[in-house]
Ligand binder design. Structure first.
Ligand code: HEM
Length: 413
């Protein structure tokens, strides 16, 4: 099997390929600094990936709205499917992560209002309470699927952050699933469903906006975001996109960090034991798990002009994947990169939350959630163990996730 075919299998989200993306990216890295695959260029060396994340002038963040890769997908569709594709792409073009320059600065400043230290502190208390509750329910079972916890907790937190009432959590979650399924899909079906989800979501948010207009003194997130002044204002399309973006960006990524992170630890029992014996290691361990797991495996950029890199001319309009999962196994930065080491001193150099102008707005929240869960488990279940020999992955090459993660609690309930 050629390397190209292995990458294609990964991008097509074949479960066997999703089980081990790192070995594919290792081979891509070994092949050189710039790897060209059809309409896409892959970067897998740490320094190149970091350059791409930092480069805000010659690289654009609109790679999922326009450019060679989007055009290649669009060309596969016709009629209503193409209309749906265009509507979904146009809606998502308002995501903070898909904007550049002045638009990005403005949207990012507004989005920042959702993440004040006070809000994060409030969410910390909620995180502990929810994690306790979820764990209590799971611990009643002999063996349990901890993906339930890894999945529910970030959803509950992100819903709280957005001011979505408990009763509506499932509703918004179903919409976000539909949008997620269309993300980078090359089939028309998911785009048709995503279009419906966007329209329903817009209607839901319009109601929130109406409520806000009726109660101008409210202090909910809609109020906080919409009451920006002058040049800092945002329109209803941008508000809707920001809600969806936060839902997306904050949910499954964190689920992955917690779920796949725990899998890594339980497959390296010495590392797990180290955490149970010294819980002050947990913050550094979370950095190492960000590296080891790489919840978001790559981010996309677009060359706004011809760029020469390592002697290769990357043409204008070409889509570039900055493969974080590749950078995280680069032995030039991480010694013995395939090894999970919760004490790894260079763990803090991980790029899993990005770097530079688009650095993750929710990193404090994600770190908090992972730390709370690990602390709780290490304290209450030091003998936690995997209860399955194999696990399965699904999702996409960008965001793969475990189907389930059965654990046995050990004797220390
Ligand atoms: C382990 C969990 C998480 C991972 C791995 C992660 C990863 C990332 C990465 C790699 C980027 C940079 C994208 C780029 O450069 O194009 C990013 C941006 C972003 N993240 Fe996160 N994220 C996580 C959790 C969260 C949470 C919990 C939230 C919100 C509640 C969030 C909100 C955002 C937003 C709004 C952006 C866009 C920032 C911008 O473009 O300026 N993320 N994230």
């Amino acid at each position: 099997v050629t390397l190209e075919a292995r990458i294609e299998a990964l991008f097509a989200a074949e479960p066997a390929a999703l089980a081990d993306p790192f070995s594919v990216y290792d081979d891509v890295r070994a092949a050189g600094r710039v790897f060209e695959l059809g309409p896409t260029v892959l970067l897998t060396h740490y320094d190149d990936v970091k350059w791409a994340l930092r480069e805000g002038d010659r690289l654009s963040n609109k790679a999922l709205s326009e450019g060679s890769r989007v055009e290649a997908t669009r060309a596969r569709f016709s009629g209503d499917a193409r209309d749906a594709f265009d509507e979904v792409i146009a809606f998502e073009a308002n995501f903070v992560s898909r904007t550049d320059g002045a638009d990005h600065d403005r949207l990012r400043r507004i989005a920042h209002r959702a993440f004040t230290p006070r809000r994060i502190a409030e969410l910390e208390a909620a995180t502990r309470r929810y994690a306790d509750e979820l764990l209590a329910t799971l611990a009643e079972q002999e063996t349990a699927d901890v993906m339930v916890l890894a999945y529910r907790l970030p959803l509950m937190i992100v819903a709280d952050l957005l001011g979505v009432p408990e009763a509506d959590r499932e509703l918004i979650h179903a919409w976000s699933e539909k949008l997620g399924a269309a993300n980078a899909s090359t089939d028309p079906g998911p785009y048709l469903e995503a279009r419906v989800a966007i329209r329903e979501f817009r209607a839901y948010l319009d109601e929130m906006l109406d409520r806000h207009r009726r109660e101008p003194d409210s202090t909910d997130l809609v109020a906080v975001l919409m009451d920006a002044e002058g040049d800092e204002r945002m329109n209803a399309d941008e508000l809707a996109a920001l809600y969806v973006q936060i839902l997306f960006a904050g949910h499954e990524t964190t689920t992955n960090l917690i779920g796949a992170g725990l899998l890594g630890l339980l497959r390296h029992p010495d590392e797990w034991r180290a955490l149970t014996q010294d819980r002050t290691l947990i913050p550094l361990a979370v950095e190492e798990l960000m590296r080891f797991v790489t919840p978001t495996q790559f981010v996309s950029r677009l060359a706004v002009e011809e760029i020469e890199l390592a002697g290769v001319a990357i043409p204008e309009g070409r889509t570039i994947l900055a493969v974080l999962a590749g950078a995280h196994r680069d032995a030039a930065v991480f010694a013995d990169p395939g090894r999970l080491d919760v004490r790894r001193p260079e763990g803090r150099q991980q790029l899993g939350f990005g770097f530079g102008p688009h650095f993750c707005l929710g990193s404090a929240l994600a770190r908090l959630e992972a730390q709370v869960v690990l602390d709780l488990l290490a304290r209450r279940f030091p003998h936690l163990a995997l209860a399955a020999d194999t696990v399965e992955w699904e999702g996409s090459a960008m965001l793969r996730h475990l189907t389930c993660l059965p654990v046995a609690w050990g004797d220390n309930k």
